[in-house]
Design a binder for this molecule. Structure first.
Ligand code: GLC
Length: 597
């Protein structure tokens, strides 16, 4: 209240605070449509299947969904090879199904983000089919839509030689493919069937922006923009240098080179800004559209790479994914250091910067496999109490794990290059893309087909949505509680994150506090170790609201706290359920949320 009075004294009378975007604080559920819900018994998920599960998403507290690609595609990279940007692949349904999905989402106040694969198309896209016909710019308007280069083999030689040493990111093999008709190489930074668009050509940029408008006109709330670093390459196309830290037999072959020239050239920010400008166009302003860009940092300082996107794009409508939850070791001090630096830097750039955390996606090992089941429970508390958008990959809310895929069922083209993946199974990305486990029934309730496109996890009869709904302390019920808490709390949605001093190297502590001091603030403590820890914050804490170990004991609603906590929750020295001067005992891998005082 005091802050409000102070503000009213110093702000000009016509001051209009900027409405925070819906993206700020949103819980976004990432759906891989092939694997979420099948509605027509062909063993592959589809859009009508997503509609069928919309109430489930609402109950989970989801504010938005992101759909991986459902565009017409030959599926060389499971939809990330787009053959038509303005339609739906029959495998997933029809455009009318998509419109119905939009209406059903809208009815439940759920926003819809879709994948925009901007760096490349399918080689079946009409643009590429036209482009490969001839290199004559006077007769072929598509001549320059892709990245074509001559062979650099010495004159008279009867073999071809690609223009440089660039490798494709899927298998680590060459990024160039010879085309007999054009007698030239084309560049494919991913699969052979995914030729790179030439983003330095303004007509290409205009075409992608038209595709954006097509979906914005249908009401989509935003985009997840795919593989953006590859949109801009070093203009002279120089060789990539060798990677001195590459360990043969341990790292993927793609990482034998540093990708200094084949990706991440500064023009990428200009291209993305142009795309973000579309979201500002008059006819789209009504719904505060938003885009999130996919770029994995590769340099020695990930923080700088994330910040470059916030500076390079308008942070009111765009943010890069923050992938530290996927790549950083599960370790309190690493998290402490990163959160402190990242949120401090964001505030400096613009208070409207929206962080965008993902702890799982369709390209990365499942979190429950990566850090273990116990730690995955505390990771749910961490994820859902972080600022900005938080992305939850389908199935992570029930602790789905990587699934070993029988050799003859492997689907992912990346599996060919995936010679190394440590304990996480060298099988490409199929292990994290298996069908959603809804029930203990056949195919886990995912499909009525005789078989599914990837096998179900062997544990689906025990680990499924139905079983976990019936267990008050299941991971799913923990997520539901966290989802409710986040959606009801202005501090968790819009508050500042402040890393706290905790006297244990194993515990990360932070507060989430709104500028309006009338709004309840929270303190979150996460024990990253497999041992119990007693630690102190040197400051008083209020009531313990939630523990990752027994979510049913706390209250999800910060406004109406339960007067008594279950005995297992009375973990403070006083045993009263509030933490006095901040001395707290945390069980192994426990994460807790306290009311701040
Ligand atoms: C992104 C997608 C991945 C795809 C690649 C090429 O990284 O997430 O699944 O293979 O781009 O489109």
């Amino acid at each position: 209240m005091r802050d409000r009075i102070r503000n009213s004294l110093i702000l000009p009378p016509d001051f209009q605070p900027i409405q925070p975007s819906w993206a700020e604080g949103a819980l976004v559920y990432h759906i891989y449509p092939r694997s979420f819900q099948d509605s027509n018994a062909d063993g592959v998920g589809d859009l009508l299947g997503v509609i069928k599960r919309m109430d489930y998403l609402k109950e989970l507290g989801v504010n938005a969904i992101w759909l991986s690609p459902f565009y017409p595609s030959p599926m060389a990279d499971f939809g990330y090879d787009v053959a038509d940007y303005c339609n739906v692949d029959p495998m997933f349904g029809t455009l009318d199904d998509f419109k119905q999905l939009m209406a059903e989402a809208d009815r439940r106040d759920i926003r819809v983000m879709i994948d925009l694969v901007s760096n490349h198309t399918s080689d079946e896209h009409i643009w590429f089919k036209e482009s490969r016909k001839s290199r004559d710019h006077t007769t072929n308007p598509f001549n320059d839509w892709y990245i074509w280069r001559d062979s650099v083999a010495p004159a008279g030689s009867d073999t071809q030689q690609p223009p440089n040493n660039w490798r494709n990111a899927l298998t680590g093999g060459p990024a160039w493919e010879w085309d007999d008709t054009r007698q030239q190489y084309y560049l494919h930074s991913f699969d052979i069937h995914q030729p790179d668009l030439n983003w330095s050509n303004p007509t290409v940029r205009a075409a992608i922006k038209q595709a954006m408008r097509f979906w914005l006109d249908l009401g989509v709330d935003g985009f997840r923009v795919d593989a953006v670093y590859w949109m801009a390459k070093e203009p002279l196309m120089s060789d990539d240098p060798g990677n001195p830290s590459f360990v043969e037999g341990e790292d993927l072959p793609y990482h034998a080179l540093r990708h200094d020239n084949s990706r991440g050239w500064p023009a990428v920010y200009a291209y993305l800004s142009e795309m973000a400008d579309v979201l500002h166009e008059e006819q789209y302003k009504d719904k505060q559209r938003f885009m999130v860009t996919e770029a994995y940092p590769e340099g020695h300082n990930p923080l700088v790479e994330y910040l470059n996107f916030y500076v390079g794009m308008d942070p009111k409508v765009a943010a890069p994914f923050n992938f530290e939850g996927l790549t950083m070791p599960w370790d309190a001090s690493t998290w402490r250091k990163f959160l402190r630096a990242f949120h401090h830097a964001l505030n400096q750039i613009d208070p409207h910067c929206v962080a965008s955390y993902a702890f799982g996606n369709h390209d990365q090992p499942r979190i429950a496999t990566r850090i273990g089941e116990a730690a995955a429970r505390s990771a749910s508390v961490l994820l859902l109490t972080l600022p900005g958008m938080v992305f939850l990959y389908y199935g992570d809310e029930i602790g789905m794990k990587n699934v070993v895929i029988p050799k003859d069922m492997v689907q992912d083209p990346a599996a060919k290059g995936d010679v190394i993946r440590g304990d996480l199974q060298p099988q490409g990305r199929d292990p994290e893309r298996t069908p959603m486990q809804w029930t203990a029934a056949k195919n886990g309730g995912f499909s009525d087909a005789a078989s599914t496109w990837l096998p179900l996890a062997p544990d689906y009869e025990q680990c499924n949505v139905e079983a976990q709904l019936a267990d008050p302390d299941s991971l799913l019920n923990l997520y539901k509680k966290l989802g409710t808490m986040r959606s009801q709390s202005d501090s968790l949605k819009h508050g500042q994150l402040k890393v706290l001093e905790v006297d244990s190297p194993y515990v990360l502590g932070y507060s989430r506090e709104h500028t309006d001091s009338d709004v309840q603030a929270y303190v979150v403590l996460v024990n990253f170790s497999g041992e119990p820890v007693t630690c102190s914050l040197g400051a008083p804490l209020g009531r313990r609201l939630l523990s990752s170990l027994s979510p049913s004991a706390g209250s999800a609603d910060g406004a109406e706290l339960q007067p008594d906590l279950a005995p297992s929750e009375a973990v403070t020295e006083s045993g009263s359920g509030s933490a006095g001067e901040g001395s707290v005992r945390l069980e192994s891998h426990e994460a807790v949320i306290y009311a701040a005082v």
